[in-house]
Design a protein around this ligand. Sequence first.
Ligand SMILES: *Cc1c(COP(=O)(O)O)cnc(C)c1O
Length: 417
Amino acid sequence: MTPDWFERGFPHIWLPYTQMKTTPAPLAAARTQGSRITLADGRELVDGIGSWWTAVHGYNHPHIVEAIQKQAHIMPHVMLGGLLHEQAATLAARLAALLPGDLTRVFFSDSGSVAVEVAMKMATQYWLNRAIRGRTKFLAFKGGYHGDTIATMAVCDPEEGMHSLFTGLLPEHHVIDLPRDERSIATFDAFLEKHADELAGVLVEPLVQGAGGMIFHDEQTLRRLRAAADKYDLLLIFDEIFTGFGRTGTMFACEAAEVVPDIITLGKGLTGGTLPLAATVASRKIFDAFWSDDPSHALMHGPTYMGNALACAAANASLDLFENEPRLRQAADIGEFLGKKLGQCLGLPHVVDVRSRGAIGVVELDSIADLHALKRRFVEAGVWVRPFRNIVYLTPALTIGEGDLEKLTDTVVKILR
Ligand SMILES: *Cc1c(COP(=O)(O)O)cnc(C)c1O
C-alpha cells in the first residue's frame, strides 16, 4: 500500500541525480532507528550507507535528539550577523581543539558544497589581500568530488563532474592525477614547475576519494602534497566532508598522515546525520591575511542559516558521543570485519578489487550492467545498499551491531555471487 502523502506529493518532487522519466519510484520511508530504515509498507531495511555517510551514530541517537529538542525551546535559530550564540561558539572552540595544528578559525555554512566554495574563496582572497595577483586557479585531482555547485563542479573529476555537459559555464581549473606513483609524481612536479604561480590552492579529499569511486591513496601521497605546497608556497585544502568524523579510522584523515592542511572542510557526519551543517576551518596563516583595518580585506560570505543553533546543538551532541563512546575503536572493528567478509568476493566473476579502510568497505566490479536491478535485489534482501557506477560499498553507522553488519556483508557476497 502506497501512503496518501506519497501519491499526492511524488508528482511534485524532483529527485537528485535522477532521470525522472525512467527511474523506479523511490521507496516510502516511514521511520528510522539505529541502523534500520522502516518503510511505509512495514518492511525494515538494514542501512549500509548511513544516509550519504552522515549518520555516524546511527539514526535517532537519543543524545542528539534530546539536544535538538532542548535547543528548539531555547532558540532554534538566530542570525550570525552581529549576534553569536552559545552552540556555535562552543562548537567552534571544540572543533578548533580537535583539529590538528593551528586550524582554529571556523566559518559555518549549511552544506558541504558551500563549505568548499568558502574554502576556495578564502584561498583566492588570501593572495589578493597580500597584493599578489593572478593566483585564481585550483589544482584538484582525478577521481575527486567536492560538490555540486558550479564552483565545486569545476574542481571535481572532469568526467564525473560532467564538465563537458557544462562547458562554457564552469571556470577552468587544473585536474590531474594524484601524485602516487613514479609517473604521476613526475607529471605533478612538471605541472607545478610550470603553473604553481597561477594557483590559489591545491584541493584534495585525503586518503579516500568518496563519491568519485571510493578510491584510496596512502599517507605518503598527502605528505608529498604538503611538501609541494611548502616548496611552491601554495595553500593546501583538505576536503574532509566524507573522511572526517571517524570514517577512515582516525577522527580526521589528516591525522593519520600527520599532515596539517591550511584549510579543512567538514560536513556530512558533523551533526551525526540530523541537520544540515558544514564548516570551513582556516589556519592562523589564512585568517591573518584577512585581519586588517581595510574593510575590503574581510571575507565576504554569509549564508542565511549560518551557524544554525539547532544544527550546532546537534553537532555538539555528536562530539559528546565521540568523546564518551568508543567510536574510533568501533570504526576499526567494522573495517576489520568488512575487509574479512567482503574479501569473500575476491575471485567472483566481474570482481576486480576488494578494499577497506576505516569503516569503509568496497567491492569494485569491472562494470555493473543494470544498477536499478541490483539495487532492487538489495532491497528485496532487506538491506539498503546503493551501488554506483561499478562500485558496491558499505559505509554503515559506526554504531552498527554485529548482526546487522553481518547481514550487510552476507547479502553483498550472496548477491554478487
Ligand atoms: C558530499 C561531499 C561534498 C558536498 O557536500 P554537500 O553537503 O552535498 O554539498 C563535498 N565534498 C565531499 C568530499 C563530499 O563527500
